[in-house]
Ligand binder design. Sequence first.
Ligand SMILES: N[C@@H](CCC(=O)N[C@@H](CS)C(=O)NCC(=O)O)C(=O)O
Length: 247
Amino acid sequence: MAHVSGSPALDDMADITVHWLEKSRAQRLVWMLEECKARYNIKTYKRVNHKAPPEMREVHPLGKSPILTIQPPKQVRALVMAESGAIFEYLVDHYGPHLRPKRFQDGQESTLCGETESWLRYRYYMHYTEGSLMSLLMRIHTLEGAKGGNDSAELTLKHELSDVKIHLSFLESQLNSAPEAGLYLCGKDLTAADIMISFPLQVLQSTVGLEEYPGLRAYVARLTGRTSYKAAVEKAETASGERYGLV
Ligand SMILES: N[C@@H](CCC(=O)N[C@@H](CS)C(=O)NCC(=O)O)C(=O)O
């Protein structure tokens, strides 16, 4: 298990471990921890027949990547967390309030529909990424494997791929209309939602391609150009002893 140092100020607070499966969503969690300036370890796992190995189920019953364990000092039991969105929300609460937009417009605190556009987008994308976009990509992945002479799979695949175009056009227009003409999905500043969505966008870039979506292409380049993103890649490479590859 490689030990990765982050902010010295947080060093003594907790023992945080990312359970990192190769070529998985775990990479964006490493990036998230870098943006939070947290200190963490990376425990790497290799796929067995494309799946997560059984050892991951010893950490969390579902054994899906990523899992985050947090062992606070002087506490007997470690907190075991699964599901990227839930992990991200927890990290935002404790380490990264700067990665969540301000919730209410001035003077509208706690009022119905008083939320800022940035926050509404943030809430939406924290759910949309896994709920709508990743589930679509997973269906496509399964159908790609099933097609070969299977007419029904091929037809469904065609429909799902045309859905991808609808999603990409939507995301392109969302970027073009970001609050305060910002360069990130929720506005001027990077949020945890940008980190969440980076994974499916990178998958889409390397599969269907983003040639028709210049805004999205530039956005992905902006995300992956961040110092913290590059640091996360380097740390995962050091921990796994392998060159980082997503899909
Ligand atoms: N919605 C979950 C998805 C978790 C998930 O399916 N992870 C994949 C890796 S990207 C995995 O563990 N695959 C291996 C397997 O299913 O055995 C999350 O975001 O944490």
